[in-house]
Design a protein around this ligand. Sequence first.
Ligand code: ATP
Length: 269
Amino acid sequence: ARVRVMELETSPSATFEQVGGLKEEIEEVREAVEYPITRPEVYARLGVEPPKGILLYGPPGTGKTLIAKAVAHNASATFIRMSGSELVHKFIGEGAQLVRELFELARERAPSIVFIDEIDAVGSTRTHDGTSGSAEVQRTLMQLLAEMDGFDNRGDIRIMAATNRPDMLDPALLRPGRFDRIIEIPFPDAGSRTEILKIHTRNLSLGDIRLPSIVSRTEGATGAELEAICREAGMIAVRESATAIEEEHFDAAIRKVRHEMPEQDVRMY
Ligand code: ATP
């Protein structure tokens, strides 16, 4: 019954074609997570141990979850997501048990990719100020470390974690044999924003639009915001019963979305 706190998807439908930019980051993730499942013999032949866990860090909405799902898709693996903050804040007293169940499930459904979002909630150095709950969080973290130490790098369970606050992570998580490969997923640059906008306008009827001008007006926007801008531009055009989605619709959408999501505190990451 507890399985409901985890999101489980058998071979998710996400693909790398849905990800704009991040080419190098994606290749690094595939080498650490996907190929050890799909081509284990190459690693074995060369005596190379793939990293057991990888950590993706960067602002929210930049594609970390999307990449993890696309990797699971390519590896035909079960994708199991658990939110570190839910684990700690919603299921108080059950954290360690849930972590145990998470890995049990991963073993049953292998090959699998375990994705722990907001890992900083479970393993951060600075939030535990001695208030109640910290001993419980500590137990949850200990269980996670024990589970990670308990299996083989070459196996078909791969662990990914994500955070916006890598600076807060408990060093125990980053030790060799744990999350020892760290990959930054940054804000998209102009080239990446162009690709992301193309992806999210694929199915839209566009008028005479100059993509570069939209790109230059969305500096600092994440993939998730760009997606929201495209959706909003479409809705504004619908409201006007327009024949196509025009640049003015994007202008209005940019103002709306960027106003709703002002230069967020994500910049702290
Ligand atoms: P969070 O830390 O908030 O979980 P995240 O980095 O995991 O954020 P995602 O959940 O992967 O972000 O992104 C949310 C949505 O935004 C994606 O499903 C996708 O539609 C869109 N998106 C984000 N980044 C990209 C990208 N690089 N290319 C295309 N779409 C993107």
